[in-house]
Design a protein around this ligand. Structure first.
Ligand code: Z5A
Length: 222
């Protein structure tokens, strides 16, 4: 259990347009229907400071943000998010569901921007105080498919997406390398229909932590 607390900490990961936000919302609705106490959040963000830093990270256009500066802004947001939101919710016994966490840093700042992954793991530990997700679900979709979904929505490219396809391909490759190294990360096919991905997400969580969920949680449509 994360950090010796009683809650469960679940993270959704993947490249842009993989379906993380959709799955966090479907899961939130299902937890609500099942009467399971829960908290949802996103990174970077989730606190006043985090949301302000998110705006800088996604939209800053008055010059370059160096990879090292980008990393430290993300970690500053994470330090607040863990201490103000995630930690207290886990202590209250909540199921905490978060859109992106430390794996994003390894994939984007490590594999994408070229910072040293081992060093990032050390800095991540500093930012989180050692709190780790109980389970991370990686939604895998080809970069061009994620992009096509966003274009369909009319979503403008942010500062990360402006890095272009070679950057995002390195990120996707990085995720797929990390999933082979980490037993707490499970790969899911994000190209399936949203409802099907959701059933798999709920099934995995329900079977991983059976003591925390009523039987109705894992049965079809919760
Ligand atoms: N970042 C970082 O570099 N390092 C870090 O440590 C952290 C973050 C924590 C935050 O963006 C940025 O911060 C991110 C990395 C960086 N880079 N970027 N860009 P974000 O997470 O807020 O933005 P995003 O990844 O671009 O999110 P997104 O566009 O919202 O993608 P998504 O959440 O994965 O997808 P979605 O919103 O659920 O779905 C997108 C569309 O596809 C929407 O129309 C859905 O209805 C549709 N969709 C969803 N699922 C499906 C399926 N299964 N089939 C068909 N269509 C679907």
């Amino acid at each position: 259990m994360a950090g010796g607390t009683t809650g469960i900490f679940v993270v959704l990961e993947g490249v842009e347009g993989a379906g993380k936000t959709t799955q966090v919302e479907l899961l939130r609705q299902r937890l609500e229907r099942a009467g399971v106490a829960h908290t949802v959040g996103r990174e970077p963000g989730g606190t006043e400071l985090g949301e302000a830093l998110r705006t800088i990270l996604l939209e800053f256009s008055q010059g370059e943000i160096l990879p090292e500066s980008e990393l430290l802004l993300i970690l500053a947001a994470r330090a607040a998010f863990v201490r103000e939101i995630v930690g207290p919710a886990l202590e209250r016994g909540h199921v905490v569901v978060v859109d992106r966490f430390e794996l994003s840093t390894l994939a984007y700042q490590g594999f994408g921007r070229g910072l040293d992954v081992e060093e990032l793991e050390t800095l991540n530990r500093f930012a989180t105080g050692g709190l780790r997700p109980d389970l991370t679900l990686l939604l895998d979709v080809p970069v061009e498919q994620g992009r096509a979904r966003q274009e369909r929505d009319g979503k403008e490219r942010d500062r990360f997406e402006a890095g272009g396809d070679p950057f995002l391909e390195r990120v996707r490759e990085g995720y797929n390398t990390l999933v082979r190294r980490r037993e707490d990360v499970i790969l899911l096919d994000g190209t399936l229909r949203s409802e099907e991905v959701h059933e798999r997400v709920a099934g995995l969580i329900g079977s991983r932590f059976p003591e925390r969920f009523p039987e109705t949680f894992t049965t079809a449509s919760g």
